[in-house]
Write a protein that binds this ligand. Structure first.
Ligand SMILES: [Ca+2]
Ligand SMILES: [Ca+2]
Length: 266
C-alpha cells in the first residue's frame, strides 16, 4: 500500500479509485485528450465546411444572378435580332418595289422615246409633203387632163394595144397610170365605164411590175378581179381595169382598148 503511494499522483488516483492499471489510466487520459483535440479539429473542420458551404452558396447565388442576367441579355439580343430581321425584310420589299418602279419608268421612257422618234419622223414627212405641195400650188394640168391630188390623169379617146397606149402616154409627157393606193384606184376606175390599160405588166410568171419600176405591193393585190390573174391562154401579160367590175384583169397585151395616162402637173 505504501509503495503504491510512493509512485506519484497518477498512481495515487488509480489507488484511490481502485480500478484498472496506472498504464490504462494514462492511455485513457491520452485518449480523452486526443478525443478533445479531434473534437476541436472536427469542430474547426465543420466551421470551415460551414464557411465554405456559405461561400459556395453565395457563389451559386451569384452564378444564378449572372445566369439570369445573361438570359435577359440573350432575350434582349433575340428581340433586337427579330426586330432587325423584320426591318430587313421590310427594306427588301421596299427595294423590290423601287426596282419594279424603276424598270416601269425605264420602259415608259423607252416607249416615249420611240413615240417621240416616230412623231419626229412623221413631222419630217409632213414637212416634206407641205414643201412639195407648196411647189405644186401654182401648177395645173393641161386641157383634157384631170387633176387628183398631185397628179394629172388622161383617159384616151382612142383604143390600142398596151404598148401603143404606153407610147401615147409618153408622148404626152407622162406614162401609163401607176396606182399607188386605194384612193387613187377609186379615182381612176371612176374615169371610164369601159375597160382601160393601166401601167402594170408581168415581169416574170407571178411577178408584176409597174412602169415606174416598182413591184406590185401585197396591199394592192385585192384589186384583182375574181379568179385573176389567170393568164388565160398562156399569154396574158398586161393589166387592164375592167369597166364593169372596176377590178383588174390580166389580158393579152395586143387587146384593143382605151388607156389611162398619169403625169405631174406643169
Ligand atoms: Ca400614181
Ligand atoms: Ca385574165
Amino acid at each position: 500500500m505504501e509503495e503504491i503511494y510512493a509512485n506519484g499522483s497518477f498512481s495515487n488516483i488509480s489507488v484511490v479509485n481502485g480500478r484498472g492499471s496506472s498504464s490504462s489510466k494514462k492511455w485513457l487520459i491520452v485518449a480523452l485528450i486526443s478525443l478533445g483535440i479531434l473534437s476541436v479539429g472536427l469542430l474547426i473542420g465543420l466551421i470551415r465546411l460551414g464557411v465554405h458551404a456559405h461561400a459556395v452558396s453565395s457563389s451559386a447565388a451569384g452564378l444564378s444572378d449572372t445566369k439570369d442576367n445573361l438570359t435577359d441579355r440573350l432575350q434582349s439580343s433575340n428581340d433586337q435580332f427579330s426586330a432587325m430581321t423584320k426591318e430587313r425584310d421590310q427594306l427588301n420589299r421596299i427595294k423590290v418595289n423601287l426596282t419594279d418602279s424603276l424598270q416601269s419608268s425605264k420602259d415608259q421612257l423607252s416607249a416615249l422615246t420611240k413615240e417621240k422618234n416616230s412623231l419626229n419622223a412623221k413631222l419630217t414627212e409632213l414637212s416634206n409633203e407641205v414643201t412639195r405641195l407648196q411647189s405644186l400650188s401654182n401648177k395645173i394640168c393641161p386641157a383634157g387632163w384631170r387633176m387628183f391630188r398631185c397628179s394629172c390623169y388622161f383617159l384616151s379617146t382612142t383604143s390600142g394595144s398596151w404598148n401603143k397606149a404606153r407610147e401615147d402616154c409618153r408622148n404626152r409627157g407622162g406614162d401609163l397610170v401607176v396606182i399607188n393606193d386605194d384612193d387613187e384606184q377609186k379615182f381612176v376606175v371612176a374615169l371610164t365605164e369601159r375597160s382601160a390599160w393601166i401601167g402594170l405588166r408581168k415581169e416574170t410568171e407571178g411577178s408584176w411590175k409597174w412602169v415606174d419600176g416598182t413591184a406590185l405591193s401585197s396591199g394592192l393585190k385585192k384589186f384583182w378581179g375574181e379568179g385573176q390573174p389567170d393568164n388565160s391562154g398562156g399569154k396574158e401579160d398586161c393589166v387592164q381595169i375592167w369597166g364593169n367590175s372596176k377590178t383588174w384583169n390580166d389580158d393579152k397585151c395586143d387587146a384593143n382598148i382605151q388607156w389611162i395616162c398619169e403625169k405631174a402637173p406643169m
